[in-house]
Design a protein around this ligand. Structure first.
Ligand code: HPA
Ligand code: ZN
Length: 331
């Protein structure tokens, strides 16, 4: 099974670039930029990767992100991640980034966006990985700040395909950002949002009805509402699920409890992704392998998950078709 997972072409659609920053690289940037971390060594930092909930993780994730200062830092760590994707036969990536986490501490929007974008361009040229950038609003901040961020994204529209919604979910419903997303849609951005990870299932309905999302990131709690499950299956709205992340953030108690297999069997366009692999100790392929073991998935299920990942991507039809044709030889 591991072999099969490794060799099939796949797309990664739920990945926060800041969540790919490995401790070794974080210390390298800390030294290069003279930034002091609260931890004295790689081992000490890694041992803090033990979370009871989403907020505990986010506190550390934003803290470590402070080592990223110059455009070359954003380039270098994005490049390091692309090399990992290449090893895993990931052929297309749609990458989230949190510009507000950096602009709020004085790093310019251009430094962040250009560094990441240049690495993605090189990834296409040198590794053959196609990619899109999705800017996530931080939902614990205000809608006004989200709109200011959107105005910057509009200035850089040629580099940014979509707008998403991330960070602390509880108490920050999609409805808080309705106007910001209206404007994002009018500007032609593709729309996604995290919903129903820790937050209630109503947030999934809001993301669909108010933000008019094209995909839901996570969406585990859809399992509580049969009507929503039918709607997701009929509308083919993809759910980008992250099993190892769910385990590490205590959204589920054990991988055996993950809903992905049930969702597939209900005809929902479920996909598997890694979320924040540096923090959750799970690459994309690890997510596939561990989920397959826990839920006794067979090659057909894995094939379906990889196929869904390509179909749920924002690639143009022609490019999608090429990857799907390549996948077909593994059916
Ligand atoms: N949920 C919300 N925001 C995030 C996550 C997540 O799992 N990872 C990084 N930002
Ligand atoms: Zn996420």
């Amino acid at each position: 099974m591991k072999d099969y997972i490794e060799k099939i072409p796949k797309a990664e659609l739920h990945i926060h670039i800041e969540g790919t920053l490995e401790p070794e690289l974080a210390f390298h940037f800390a030294k290069r930029n003279n930034v002091k971390l609260r931890y004295n060594s790689v081992e000490e930092l890694r041992s803090a990767y033990n979370f009871k909930n989403l907020q505990e993780f986010l506190d550390l994730y934003h803290e470590v992100s402070k080592v990223l200062v110059k455009e070359e830092d954003f380039y270098d760590f994005t490049w390091a991640y692309l090399e990992k994707l290449h090893e895993q036969n990931v052929r297309h990536v749609e990458l989230f980034y949190d510009s507000q986490s950096h602009t709020d501490r004085g790093v310019s929007f251009e430094t962040v966006t250009n560094g990441i974008y240049k690495a993605l361009q090189d990834g296409k040229e040198k590794l053959g990985i196609s990619s899109y950038l999705i800017l996530c609003f931080l939902r614990h901040l205000s809608e006004e700040e989200a709109i200011k961020t959107l105005d910057k994204a509009i200035e850089h529209k040629e580099k940014i395909l979509g707008i998403g919604l991330a960070s602390s979910e509880l108490g920050h419903p999609p409805s808080k950002f309705e106007r910001a997303f209206d404007k994002a849609r009018e500007e032609g951005f593709r729309i996604v949002a995290h919903a129903g990870e820790e937050g209630p299932l109503e947030y999934i309905w809001e993301a669909i009805n108010l933000l008019k999302v094209e995909r839901i990131d996570h969406g585990n709690r859809a399992m509580e509402d049969p009507e929503l499950l039918v709607h997701l299956a009929k509308s083919k709205t993809p759910l980008t699920l992250c099993p190892v992340s769910n385990l590490e953030l205590c959204v589920i108690e054990k991988l055996e409890d993950h809903p992905v297999k049930k969702m597939l069997d209900m005809g929902i366009m479920a996909t598997i992704h890694s979320d924040d692999p540096a923090y959750f100790k799970g690459s994309l392929n690890d997510n596939y392998v561990r989920t397959a073991e826990a839920l006794e998935l067979d090659e057909k299920d894995i094939y379906k998950l990889a196929k869904n990942s390509l179909e749920a991507s924002f690639l143009p039809e022609g490019e999608k078709r090429n990857l799907l044709d390549e996948l077909k030889s593994f059916e």
